[in-house]
Design a protein around this ligand. Structure first.
Ligand code: BGC
Length: 909
């Protein structure tokens, strides 16, 4: 660094010249066009879709001052159907289309150009498109079809195969298929699967919202064609819910598909499901169930069943059934796909003599089996997350879920098997029935999850914390399977609300979850009870139970998170009635005194517990939690009402929140600042949700800190855990927060890591140091809730924080915190504006901080312990532009930044 001060005049001159050169070569362009968070979506049903773009520029301090969007209609040969005109606005994210209403199947193209604060306009962007789906029920000309008859026995039934042949006589201009089902479907055209999407049509509150998918199949259509589909039970009529209920949504599988072919001569044709289709349930998938697995008898394969010329004489006529099309909706989320493949790392023979593959990673999906043997040989694959103390295969924690795939060989050389309508959560695979020695190359792990874009990476100098981050990300991969589930392995796999809300900010750092949450929150509203109560799981398959504090509040917290991270105001508008109904429901439960007492809740679920009589564990009173969340959610609702222009409600709910706070203080806080539940969770809630009188805050924080010191570890459950470190750090106890992070013994985040965990465990002591297990009734090794610490790693340790006043990273708060013995930590995050970087390292006596601020955003950097005169930026003294905004306080300095890359350096005492 000192070198910079010794630069010769010549060198300075060169620098100026080169910067002038780069100035003359500056380029600003608009790129990464997305519509409703998707690139070129096909088959959407949003009438005013929102358009976003990024600005790439070699110039610093770049802001957009205006934009212009042009939308042209493909069918009108590029005729302009809407222009925004030049709009003086800095908005580049989620700008709504305001043109004429679009029709079913209409495709439009759009381009954008922007003006910047340097007075320049960019060129028009490349064009992108979006295409509408079938917007009204009448556009569905096809009929729902189903098998005429099948066994009426309860339990998994064979998958159903549907087919039809048709000709497409003329030159094809375009072809789309619109398709959905009751149950899960896989669609084929001329022997090929139409899309890599899995578990379609996805899981929604089926009776109210059923998604259909739209696929562009133009290139798949031939003069003679065969279209076919396989239907499996899935969530619709398979086992779902923790009492293994079968057929929750219905007992009949059905298919609805409509293929629209447009010819170059301007004519078009529609091939839809109708009475002319044929069906059989005598195919190779003899059983399929999400919990129990799939049975596949390859001897029953019907080769080329979805190609033309197949002899379907033995197949039966379908029944056309009377099933509504009114609840059909286009997907807004992201589809589930096979995202990556992993190879087993070890082949084990257990003490019991079992042959077990170790995948090296607790993963979700299935294995692709490669096998050779005799016709009729039966291979059984069983799945487990862990081995027991003795090293044997262990499945007790899967409860009633059989998690077993069975493959019966057809006996013709090398055979490959992958299941269709089931998934497993596992690290270990037990194989039985092989004719010869197992070999490592015999199976491949296929990792499936919702196809969310990875947005965040966190890394630091401690490998154990990096493994924790890895485990958090894998916990999310495994449990973001169309809905956010609690776990992926046992007979549960449900959209538990509490788990989802505590993890939502962490989730939004790791991956782009905006479309995922947009879809799921609509199911919250759909399943909400008329009295405003919100079910415990969404989609609700537990028959309407709900109204639990910190669980139901997901209906407010998740839209709020989506707003904070993506600046998405529409989700607030769309979900507003649901959020308001929930607060109103709490009001009816709380009554006049504003205390929500007496109702049963999950509370601080799975908090630290002991068997000692003098300290049974950290039990936080449920009435306290309920009243705290009641105030918090009312306060959020007030903010949300303000943001979406409902001033009256904003005032009303702010007042309500304030009144609840007063009641909380009166009921749960002593005049000395002690809480009636003297637990880490109670103090974290009261401090984080601002439920204490100003003067008692330091005392309450001290009580919290003292408890952490006394115990030497965390004692929190699902409710307290996400708040603990951030609350300690916010009140001057950063060292204790880092102590908790660094702790390696039970209970802590790193204890499972030291035990070889590759995902987050449900229990702090899922597997004890002696190898024994927690209660089999509830012991998942892939439960993301405690992974909520990820938020603190990103926001506090790496220092990439959110400005709630200017959300979506339009204004970024950057405030890195070193501590806990770390020598570096950093995050790279792909915001909707582009890449943000916040990475620090200790370099000798210096604290070095690297930052990237994307175009069309600004940032405020806070550097603890820095003094203006000692600070360099990109090896230069603080430039005048930054000095203007500089604020020096006792603890450090802050400066405002425009877009660009910066390196700050200052001596750290
Ligand atoms: C789930 C949880 C859930 C809880 C309710 C459990 O069975 O796995 O994660 O939140 O029930 O407390």
């Amino acid at each position: 660094m000192k070198l910079t001060f010794r630069l010769t005049k010549m060198f300075v001159f060169l620098l100026i010249i080169s910067s002038m050169n780069s100035f003359s070569a500056t380029k600003t362009e608009v790129k990464e066009l997305i519509c409703e968070y998707h690139i070129n979506p096909v088959g959407i049903d949003i009438q005013k879709p929102r358009l976003s773009w990024q600005i790439a520029s070699s110039e610093e301090n770049l802001l957009q001052t205006a934009y212009e969007i042009n939308v042209t209609d493909q069918t009108a040969k590029g005729k302009l159907i809407w222009t925004s005109g030049k709009v003086n606005s800095a908005q580049s994210v989620n700008v709504p289309y305001q043109g004429p209403a679009l029709k079913s199947m209409q495709r439009v193209y759009w381009q954008v150009r922007v003006w910047d604060n340097k007075g320049k306009a960019t060129a028009w962007s490349m064009s992108s498109f979006w295409e509408m789906g079938l917007l009204e029920p009448e556009s569905w000309k096809a009929s729902w079809i189903s098998i005429q008859s099948e066994s009426t026995e309860k339990g998994s039934k064979p998958a159903q195969y549907f087919r039809k042949e048709f000709t497409a006589g003329k030159a094809i201009k375009s072809a789309r298929v619109y398709v959905t089902s009751l149950g899960l479907y896989q669609l084929f055209l001329n022997g090929q699967k139409v899309s890599p999407d899995l578990f379609t049509p996805g899981w929604t509150s089926y009776n109210k919202r059923l998604q259909y998918q739209t696929y562009d199949v133009t290139s798949m259509i031939q003069p003679k064609n065969s279209i076919g589909a396989i239907l499996g039970d899935g969530w619709y009529r398979g086992n779902i819910g923790w009492v293994s209920q079968n057929g929750y949504y219905g007992s009949k599988l059905a298919l609805l598909a409509q293929l629209q072919i447009n010819y170059t001569d301007g004519t078009s044709e529609m091939i839809g499901t109708d009475q002319s289709w044929k069906v059989t349930n005598n195919g190779p998938i003899t059983e399929s169930d999400i919990y129990n697995g799939e049975n596949y008898d390859a001897r029953k394969e019907m080769s080329d069943w979805s190609k033309t010329g197949f002899d379907d004489n033995q197949w039966k006529k379908v029944a056309v059934i009377d099933q509504s099309k009114k609840m059909l909706i286009a997907p807004q989320g992201v589809s589930v796909k096979a995202i990556e493949e992993i190879k087993p790392i070890k082949l084990i023979t257990t003490p019991k003599g079992e042959t077990v593959f170790d995948m090296g990673q607790n993963m979700v999906g299935w294995v692709r089996l490669k096998v050779q043997g005799n016709k009729g040989d039966q291979i059984t694959l069983k799945f487990a997350e862990v081995l027991d103390k003795a090293g044997n295969f262990y499945t007790d924690n899967l409860r009633s879920a059989k998690c077993t795939d069975v493959y019966i060989l057809k006996g013709s050389g090398i055979e490959i098997f992958e299941p269709h309508f089931t998934f497993h959560g596992f690290r270990f695979v037990k194989i039985e029935g092989l004719a010869s020695q197992a070999s490592l190359d015999q199976i491949t792990g296929v990792v499936i999850h919702s196809d969310m874009k990875t947005t965040g990476t966190f890394a630091c100098s401690d490998p154990l914390i990096n493994q924790l981050q890895h485990n958090i990300q894998w916990g999310q991969k495994g449990n973001f399977l169309d809905v956010p589930t609690d776990c992926p392995q046992r007979d549960e796999r449900l959209g538990w609300m509490g788990d989802a809300q505590v993890f939502s900010v962490t989730a939004a750092f790791n991956f782009n979850v905006a479309p995922f949450y947009t879809k799921w929150t609509k199911d919250i509203a759909a399943d909400q009870l008329p009295n405003g109560s919100v079910p415990d799981v969404i989609p609700d398959v537990l028959k309407g139970g709900g109204g639990k504090t910190a669980w139901a509040d997901a209906c407010i917290i998740i839209p709020w998170t989506t707003y904070l991270i993506y600046g998405d105001q529409r989700i607030l508008e769309v979900q507003y009635p649901s959020m308001k109904a929930w607060v109103e429901y709490m009001k009816t439960r709380a009554g006049e005194d504003n205390l929500w007492t007496g109702d049963w809740h999950y509370g601080d679920w799975l908090a630290f517990a002991t068997t000692q009589s003098d300290y049974p564990g950290a039990t936080t009173e449920k009435d306290l939690i309920a009243t705290a969340y009641y105030s918090y959610s009312s306060g959020l609702l007030a903010k949300i009402a303000g943001i979406i222009g409902r001033g009256e409600d904003a005032k009303k709910y702010a007042q309500l929140s304030e009144n609840i706070k007063k009641a909380f203080i009166h009921e749960f806080v002593t005049p000395a600042g002690r809480l009636v539940s003297h637990t880490q969770t109670a103090y974290s809630l009261a401090l984080a949700f601002n439920l204490l009188p100003e003067d008692l805050i330091p005392k309450a924080a001290e009580y919290l800190a003292n408890d952490v010191k006394k115990m030497g570890h965390l004692t929190t459950g699902f409710v307290g855990t996400p708040l603990l470190c951030k609350t300690l750090a916010a009140h001057g106890y950063q060292d204790l927060a880092f102590m908790l992070l660094n702790r390696k013994e039970y209970p802590s985040w790193l204890y499972p890591v030291t035990q070889g965990a590759t995902t987050i465990w449900e229990r702090w002591d899922g597997q004890k140091p002696d190898g024994s297990f927690q209660d089999v009734g509830m012991n998942s090794f892939n439960h993301y809730a405690y992974g909520a610490i990820g938020e603190w790693l990103y926001r506090y340790v790496a220092g990439l924080d959110i400005d709630p006043e200017v959300p979506g990273y339009k204004h970024i708060l950057l405030a890195p915190h070193s501590g806990g013995g770390l020598t570096n930590a950093g995050v790279e995050f792909t915001s909707l504006y582009g890449k943000v970087k916040s990475a620090w390292k200790l370099d000798g006596n210096d604290f070095v901080y690297e930052v990237t601020v994307p175009a069309n955003t600004t940032a405020t950097v806070t550097l603890i312990g820095a003094k203006a005169e000692q600070l360099t930026v990109n090896s230069q003294p603080l430039p005048a532009s930054m000095k203007e905004s500089l604020k020096q306080t006792d603890t450090g300095i802050s400066v405002n930044l425009g877009s660009g890359n910066y390196q700050f350096r200052y001596p750290k005492k």
